[in-house]
Write a protein that binds this ligand. Structure first.
Ligand code: GLA
Length: 389
């Protein structure tokens, strides 16, 4: 269900009462990454775009120094006193917004008393940044409600810190960046080292972007993710004995020989190879899109998945089934996993006239091979986090 402002206000009044003082409403999208996976925390390039589904936040300031948090998606409303430091609640969805409130408090910007109602239509744990979306909607709201005028880039960094330190997921900056800076019908070419970025029109003509959810239950994503980060750090350390580097993205494909020379462990070598080749693929894909060469863009998406499967090893049977069965179907230009992996979603570019058959046939073969039912979304590309009412 799409967020409807009147519906959200009505739910807010039902929850918190007092129909006299109107709340304000903020919105933040989810994101899909088109190419450039597991490069952000390695100082590399990513190419995400914001979706036209996301998280709404209905918010109102109150006199009493307490924060009341409620969600239409999750049970477990909580009320906490306004504080100068906050502590996470084990397993609670409220850690995402409260982590952001905590980042503001750390900057000497205490939250006012607040009533907050969240509603999101991003599937949770599907790799479409439902967490970053909650963080950034909270950050944009608090920035306005406290008249803080912090720059969007600052809010992005605070969202990432909330996720790293309060939620405990050691993510890079891509997700918070994409949901904050998204632009309708554009992807964002972001250099995660310098944080320089450029918008690229996503002109797919008659082709469609399709996101397919494996609906695989989230398992060891966070620990495996942190393991990959550690392997990349190990690679940097080993290579630095020969050539001083501070991250893997300082190397290009012409430096791949260095991996054989410096890294004895085959697994670590493969991880580094993925990052270096993925950066090259991402830059080439962006150039291909500029030239309207969607075929090359699709081929690079495919190669990205292959590398994530064999070198980075973050795919698994569900994602691989969707991708490798999907590639056999007519009209498929490119298809790959998106996000952290180990489950979650794939993103595919399909000739428009083949979209319906793709959904039907891939859905059937996926169920037959895995016993799971996939969900398909045909998203639009939307704008970033903002006030909507
Ligand atoms: C998750 C993280 C991002 C990024 C991707 C992989 O979505 O939150 O920072 O590392 O995985 O590209």
């Amino acid at each position: 269900m799409k967020a409807d402002i009147n519906y959200l206000k009505e739910e807010f009044f039902r929850k918190f009462g007092d129909r006299v003082k109107d709340p304000v409403i903020f919105y933040s999208p989810g994101r899909v990454n088109l190419i450039g996976e597991h490069t952000d925390y390695n100082g590399g390039f990513v190419f995400p775009c914001a979706l036209d589904f996301g998280t709404s936040l209905v918010a109102r300031k109150i006199e009493k120094p307490e924060i009341r948090l409620s969600s239409l998606n999750f049970p477990g409303d909580i009320v906490i006193p306004v504080n100068s430091v906050y502590t996470p609640l084990l397993g609670s969805w409220t850690n995402y917004p409260v982590g952001v409130i905590n980042e503001f408090a750390k900057k000497g910007i205490p939250a006012p008393g607040l009533e907050l109602l969240f509603y999101g239509d991003i599937p949770n744990g599907a790799g479409l940044s439902s967490s970053a979306s909650i963080e950034m909607v909270m950050a944009v709201a608090l920035n306005e409600l406290t008249a803080s005028r912090l720059e969007t880039m600052e809010l992005v960094k605070m969202g990432q810190k909330a996720e790293n330190h309060f939620v405990g997921m050691n993510c890079g900056i891509m997700d918070q960046f994409a949901v904050a800076f998204g632009r309708k019908d554009h992807a964002i070419n972001l250099n995660c080292d310098t944080l320089e970025y450029k918008y690229a029109p996503l002109q797919l003509g008659s082709r469609r972007l399709i996101i397919t959810n494996t609906n695989k239950r989230r398992g060891l994503t966070d620990s495996k993710y942190n393991e990959r980060r550690a392997e990349c750090e190990k690679a940097v350390e080993l290579i630095s004995s020969h050539r001083k580097i501070s991250n893997l993205s300082e190397l290009t494909v012409s430096d791949l020989w260095l991996l054989d020379k410096c890294i004895p462990d085959e697994v670590v070598r493969k991880r580094a190879k993925h990052v270096i080749t993925e950066n090259a693929r991402t830059l080439n894909a962006i150039t291909a899109l500029e030239k309207n060469d969607i075929k090359t863009f699709g081929r690079l998406m495919n190669e990205s998945h292959d590398s994530l499967c064999t070198d980075y090893e973050v795919t698994g049977v569900e994602l691989d089934t969707l991708v490798y069965e999907g590639r056999r179907l007519p009209g498929v230009i490119g298809t790959r996993m998106t996000g952290a992996g180990f489950g979650g979603c794939t993103v595919s570019v399909i000739e428009g006239e083949h979209a319906d058959a793709f959904i039907e046939k891939l859905g059937a073969v996926y169920t037959q091979k895995t016993g799971l039912t996939a969900d398909f979304y045909l998203p639009g590309i939307g704008d970033g986090a903002r006030r909507i009412s």
